[in-house]
Design a protein around this ligand. Structure first.
Ligand code: TXE
Length: 488
């Protein structure tokens, strides 16, 4: 296939190649072939981007919140006007179905920009009044902040970080995943069109170990918002911690899905299938460990299997496709290796378990069939490690205590779902689960005002709503004595 596109950095309002001229290949996962190149940035490019951001900061931070909000709405309008183009680019770059890119990634990205446009003008700070004094808290933007994003939801997570950073008055240097640079480039085009001042948003492409590392080490970068793998998050914390940079880390998950026998059966099965396989299972929120109360086990398993086997795997451009390709060949190999491990651990593969080669143009794409496994013992690797693909395990349980312990028994703590009609149980179990988010009788029902993030190895800090605005600002308390009250 011809290489038809080139994705450059966006620095100081202009698209520029890497200073050293290096590029990386960008693959179309559904075809397994190269379709574009992307700038392979290094410390020189990061330096230029940070310099532009530092220069832009005084004017941007002094820009009235209403004007920052207006620009974020204009960016949202710009994405909406080109929604199909964004969706096609996201689908081609990631391998996900085009309709999913349109209905989830692009729609949520528009919502992210609008939501934080609102936050820019509605953000307020606290006052603490005592007999002797009034304390009030000023919240200033940090200056230059880094937003580092992964390949599974490229535009959705990019806007989830960049929009609040800009809303709070920061200038941004963003580094999208080197695997999926396309929609960040379209986003930069929109920013330039709507008149976002040069240097306010800069995008440096390239590998994590070079461009990403230079970005987190740059002394003028005061805060880092990162979503990605847990190992990379640990590395970032070790690099940025000694420089006392503010860090938000959204990392992996191994999320339990607890199905009680009194659940709304049909809804639970349908939503559990969606939770397991949406975006090819490549969402940190996916429910990959399904535990079913024993009296319901066989009925649930059979219905779940039927649902999984109905899913169409194939060409992301085809209207009926449910699952597209995984985002890289390396990741596909990792997922297939995890399935092999499950087999050696005694797991029975009930469906899937292998690569799929669709007929036609996608025969060399990186597709894996929806895979359902049962029969694994608690504590095995498959029950512990994030697979991040279309692979789910089923196991029965007998008691509430037993299942809470098993649900909590991994190093992760991102999200959990539980399915029951017993309202007391719902509240009781939700309180005991070690997770940043617990969904009851639903999955991935998002309200952008709520705190979003995980505990344990799933991360540090929260995004969403005011949490994001607080992360992207530095509080300064001002204490004013009131003389003459007799309390001074
Ligand atoms: O992500 P990385 P990887 C999980 C999933 C996956 C695993 C590894 O299990 O298999 O993580 O994925 C940048 N300094 N998730 O290795 O490396 C990198 O360039 C600065 C869960 O592909 O974490 C990219 O932009 N930046 C996750 C971003 O970090 C660095 C989503 C994420 O890449 C860097 C994705 C460095 N030293 C994977 N090294 C989720 N929580 O949703 C890398 N990067």
């Amino acid at each position: 296939m011809a290489v038809t596109q080139r994705f450059d950095h966006f620095i100081d309002g202009r698209f520029v190649p890497a200073a050293g001229g290096a590029t990386l290949d960008v693959y179309e996962p559904a075809m397994g072939s190269v379709y574009a190149t992307v700038a392979d940035g290094d410390a020189t490019d990061v330096g230029a981007a940070v310099t532009a951001a530092v220069r832009a900061f005084p004017a941007w931070s002094a820009t009235p919140a209403e004007e920052r909000a207006r620009l974020l709405h204009a960016i949202a309008d710009g994405i909406a006007a080109r929604a199909d183009e964004f969706a096609n680019a996201e689908s081609r770059d990631t391998g996900k179905p085009r309709t999913l890119a349109r209905n989830m990634d692009v729609a949520r990205s528009i919502a992210n920009c609008r939501f934080f446009a609102g936050a820019a003008v509605q953000f307020s700070s606290e006052a603490h009044v005592s007999a002797a004094a009034v304390n009030y808290t000023l919240r200033d933007p940090h200056g230059v902040v880094a937003c580092i994003t992964p390949w599974n939801l490229p535009l959705l997570l990019f806007t989830w970080k960049v929009a609040p950073a800009l809303a709070a008055g920061n200038c941004v240097v963003a580094k999208p995943s080197e695997l999926t640079p396309a929609t960040a480039t379209l986003f930069a085009e929109v920013c330039a069109q709507v008149g976002l001042p040069a240097g306010v948003l800069n995008i440096v492409h390239g590998r994590g170990a070079s461009a990403g590392q230079a970005l987190i080490e740059h002394p003028d970068v005061r805060a880092i918002s990162f979503t990605g793998g847990t190992a990379t998050g640990a590395h970032l914390a070790a690099s940025a911690g000694p420089a006392f940079k503010k860090l938000s880390l959204e990392l992996g998950g191994k999320n339990p899905n607890l199905v009680f026998a009194d659940c709304d059966f049909e809804r639970t099965v349908n939503e559990s299938v969606r939770a397991a396989f949406l975006n090819q299972g490549q969402i940190c929120l996916c429910g990959s460990r399904i535990y079913i109360e024993r009296p319901l086990y066989e009925r649930f398993r059979d219905a779940f299997l039927a649902g999984a086997m109905k899913l169409q795997v194939g060409d992301p451009d085809a209207a009926g496709t449910d699952l597209g390709a995984l985002t890289s060949a390396g990741h596909m190999e990792k997922v297939l290796a995890a399935i092999a491990t499950a087999r050696t651990e005694g797991g029975r593969v009930l469906c899937g378990g292998e690569r799929v080669r669709p007929a036609g143009r996608c025969a060399d794409g990186w597709f894996v069939a929806p895979t359902v496994i049962e029969g694994l013992a608690p504590g095995c690797r498959t029950d512990q490690e994030e697979i991040f693909g279309p692979v789910v395990t089923l196991a029965p349980f007998d008691t509430e205590d037993e299942i809470v312990a098993r649900a909590n028994g991994t190093r992760y703590g991102l999200v959990a779902s539980l399915w029951t009609r017993d309202v007391d149980r719902a509240h009781r179990v939700a309180r005991r689960l070690q997770a940043g988010i617990v969904w009851v009788n639903c999955w991935m029902l998002r309200d952008l005002r709520t705190p979003f993030g995980g505990t344990k190895a799933s991360g540090v800090g929260r995004e969403g709503g005011l949490e994001a605005m607080r992360f992207f600002t530095e509080p300064r308390n001002v204490c004013v004595l009131i003389q003459g009250t007799g309390n001074e």
